[in-house]
Design a protein around this ligand. Structure first.
Ligand code: G3H
Ligand code: 13P
Ligand code: ZN
Length: 335
């Protein structure tokens, strides 16, 4: 058993309490490799923002779970050295399991140094979700690890988010869920979804600049959840913005992304200033990294040193994460 405290991580309890009080959200950024991790650390130290490093089970397999532990530890050491060099404050970093689906996976992550885990029982019937989440909470809390649960199923690209109301979180269930599980934060479904195609073009209206504007998130559900759980940290998954600049960078350089649509920044700002304390972003990082690599390779077809194309892509990621902290989450300067 490796304690996250020995690796220099923090759990999310104090992070969320401060975010709730300060009217901002902490960025939960997924990573799978060294360049993504470096970019997150550099950006968050430079913008002095607390951060949640987020690992999916797919990322854990890809990066190798042993390697991942040392990468996480290395990220903390890198943060400390960078803060010292730049004469800035050290930032709080949580290492979080994203969408854990079994008790065993959550337990394994806790035992290898994660400070926070998500148990995603949202696809199970309500009672089973409660039972599974509580099992994880009991183990996690014994190690002072925080737990995120989920109620409601995020819309998929094939779903019509207007018609399939059953996918949204039912506010009638949240008090019972939190009381019976003792979970530390709750992910809810209010119209976001994973990936770069969050809405179908026919669900959108055309803005003055010709850009497709998706339907507004269900802030009425968010508000009702917050009314029933005052001061309780809410989590928003599927919160990439999929900005046209990133899509253009990919498509101008040989890519073929069709009708990608994300969540408009003003809506994320609204969520972040309210009860949402954690905002998950993965796809935006994937888009900028892919765009950067594509552009470099298109312009330099004879190059074959990975550092040459991964370096500029990493620089784009640094800029993107700083922008998220400063303009989307409001977490800059809160470390
Ligand atoms: O919620 C999903 C995250 O974007 C992680 O995606 O399972 O492909 O690593 P992944
Ligand atoms: P995006 O696909 O919108 O980046 O969402 C990521 C996420 O929710 C990870 O859990
Ligand atoms: Zn998610």
């Amino acid at each position: 058993m490796v304690s996250y405290k020995d690796l220099g991580f923090v759990n999310t309890r104090e992070m969320f309490a401060k975010a709730m009080q300060g009217g901002y959200a902490v960025g939960a950024f997924n990573f799978n490799n060294m360049e993504q991790l470096q970019a997150i650390i550099v950006a968050c130290v430079e913008s002095q923002a607390p951060v949640i490093l987020q690992v999916s089970s797919g990322a854990r397999k890809y990066a190798n779970q042993i390697m991942l532990r040392y990468m996480g530890q290395g990220a903390v050491e890198m943060m400390r050295a960078l803060a010292k060099e730049k004469k800035l404050r050290e930032i709080p970093i949580a290492l979080h399991l994203d969408h854990g689906d079994t008790f065993e996976l959550c337990k394994s992550c806790i035992e290898s140094g994660f400070s926070s885990v998500m148990i995603d029982g949202s696809h199970h019937p309500f009672e089973k979700n409660i039972e599974l989440t509580k099992q994880v909470v009991d183990f996690a809390h014994a190690h002072d690890v925080t737990v995120e649960g989920e109620l409601g199923v995020l819309a998929g690209i094939e779903d019509d988010v207007h018609a399939e109301k059953s996918h949204y979180t039912d506010p009638n269930q949240v008090e019972e869920f939190v009381k019976k599980t003792n979970v530390d934060s709750l992910a809810i479904s209010i119209g976001t979804s994973h990936g770069a195609n969050k809405f179908k073009p026919e669900q959108c209206t055309k803005g003055p600049d010709g850009i497709l504007v998706p339907p507004e998130l269900r802030f009425d559900i968010l508000d009702e959840v917050a009314r029933r759980l005052p001061g309780f940290p809410i989590v928003l998954h599927g919160a990439s913005s999929v900005v046209p600049e990133a899509v253009k960078l990919i498509n101008d350089n040989g890519g073929k992304l069709e009708s990608p649509i994300g969540i408009p920044v003003p809506q994320l700002r609204r969520a972040a200033t309210g009860p949402v304390c954690k905002i998950n972003i993965d796809s935006d990082g994937r888009l900028w990294m892919t765009g950067g690599i594509r552009k470099y390779l298109k312009e330099n077809p004879k190059e074959f040193d990975p550092r040459k194309y991964l370096g500029p892509a990493r620089d784009l990621l640094v800029a993107m994460y700083k922008d998220k902290n400063e303009k989307v989450l409001g977490s800059a300067g809160k470390a």
